[in-house]
Design a protein around this ligand. Structure first.
Ligand code: GLA
Length: 449
């Protein structure tokens, strides 16, 4: 929906004019999957599709959230002052906004401002497509409240805040999606490192395009337990390896932290995984015996509410993926300088295979898209985002984009997927979030920068 129409609708629905507009884009991760929460750098771009919110204070003390697609996304209201106390369970669309709002309110514990805020939300990121519509909602709501109530948090603060507060939805994600949505640079990929958050724009070689292809398999990481299971497996792998290396395992939370303490290269870490862990899944009993600890302690130190009953842990494969993927990201970033597009493509395809076989987060449809693309002349292809559905990202030379898209259309968008080709598009790297002061028609984002 056009901005003018969203503003008009806000005015009709809330009987006042909105004060601010915030916009936060979705993302496509070029390489570096499932390693942000292990402490490793990733390389996403922001896409054109985004979430827009127009917001303003109201004369009540209510938080009112409406969506332009009100049939699909019902309105929600609560006392604004209660927004940070709301326990967010379940994946209703408005819960993502509450995560963002709660994050901002918690960041400012002494705020006494008791006022109402109204928001109208509109979006162009397909939900469940692995393009991070959820984090864009979280970030956009945080931006809206931050601007409307003049809290003054920077984009950088908000990126870290939103990464943490999105956990209220019940998924222990890393910080990639929020950082790229809020801080992306147009025409660049972003190398993002965490703890502390650091961003470095990366020039992608000229002459290549990225095609995003929706597998038409819905992927919602907050539904089901696969995502949190992977997070737990990585944590347990790090702790088990720490114990086997003679370290205090309770002090270790991530595979990245373990590498730092051991002061070894990523290649050496892979050798340690191969030497110390067996390929068969570890049972809970075996882990307890190695860690020399009790059920209770293990649950407390290593698992979460959603994974406390897990009994089998594929530690070898998960750790191998993480260390090898972290090294592919570093390589990719380096190779971007020399523009060796064949090597970049190979790194992407290797990343997909690692996700497919070691991390087991792919699905047949994503594997099919990658295979069709490579056969049609793509440089590389991989799943993007959490996986288990959602989108693949395909790297092609400009001149091959048409042919690769044709082959995907002819071979993938057939049968029950006929007519769903709009789920395939060439993406450019867009800029990050913006905030506009609608009353004074100026861009607060550029002012901050
Ligand atoms: C989701 C999470 C991210 C990241 C990806 C996988 O999108 O929100 O933090 O872990 O999955 O790379």
């Amino acid at each position: 929906m056009e901005v003018e129409s969203i503003i008009k609708l806000y005015t009709e629905q809330f009987g006042s004019t909105p004060e601010y507009l915030s916009r936060a884009p979705g993302r496509v991760n070029i390489i570096g999957e499932h390693i942000d929460y292990c402490g490793y750098g990733v390389l996403p771009i922001a896409i054109q599709n985004s979430i827009t919110i127009v917001a303003g204070r109201n004369k009540t003390s209510e938080l009112n959230i409406h969506n332009t697609e009100f049939h699909r996304y019902p309105a929600f209201s609560c006392k604004f002052s209660a927004a940070s106390d709301i326990s967010i369970d379940g994946v209703s669309w408005h819960n993502y906004l509450l995560c963002g709002i709660k994050g901002v309110l918690e960041h400012l514990p002494h705020t006494t401002e008791v006022t109402g805020v109204s928001m109208l939300v509109s979006g162009t990121i397909p939900p469940g497509a692995g393009l991070s519509s959820s984090s864009a909602l979280v970030c956009c709501a945080a931006l809206a409240v931050n601007a409307t109530l003049k809290y003054g948090l920077s984009m950088q603060d908000l990126a870290s805040t939103c990464a943490k507060s999105e956990h209220y939805i019940g998924t222990e994600g890393g910080g990639m999606d929020q950082a790229i949505s809020l801080l992306a640079t147009e025409n660049k990929a972003m190398y993002i490192q965490f703890d502390p958050l650091r961003l470095e724009p990366v020039e992608l070689p000229i002459g290549i395009s990225f095609i995003v292809v929706n597998s038409c398999v819905e992927s919602n990481k907050a539904v089901g337990n696969q995502f949190n299971t992977r997070v737990a497996e990585c944590r347990v792998a790090a702790q088990l390896l720490a114990k086997l290396e003679g370290l205090e395992w309770r002090e270790i939370r991530t595979l990245g932290q373990l590498q730092e303490i051991l002061k070894l290269s990523l290649t050496e870490m892979i050798s340690i995984v191969e030497a110390r862990l067996h390929k068969e899944p570890f049972s809970r009993e075996e882990i307890l015996a190695i860690l020399k600890t009790s059920e209770k302690d293990f649950i407390q130190m290593s698992l979460s509410a959603k994974t406390k009953d897990n009994i089998s842990f594929s530690l070898y494969q998960r750790a191998k993926h993480v260390y090898s993927e972290a090294s592919r990201v570093c390589r990719f970033k380096e190779v971007c300088k020399s523009s060796d597009v064949i090597l970049l493509g190979a790194l992407m395809t290797n990343s997909h295979n690692s996700c497919r076989y070691d991390y087991e987060c792919s699905c047949k449809e994503l594997d099919d898209i990658c295979e069709i693309s490579i056969k049609a002349g793509a440089l590389g292809a991989r799943l993007t985002g959490a996986g288990w559905g959602g989108c693949a990202v395909v790297m092609v030379k400009h001149e091959h984009a048409g042919e690769v898209m044709k082959q995907i259309r002819d071979q993938f968008f057939v049968g029950e997927r006929t007519g769903k080709e709009e789920g395939m598009f060439v993406t450019v790297s867009s800029s990050g979030a913006i905030v506009l002061d609608l009353m004074n028609s100026h861009n607060l984002t550029s002012e901050e920068n």
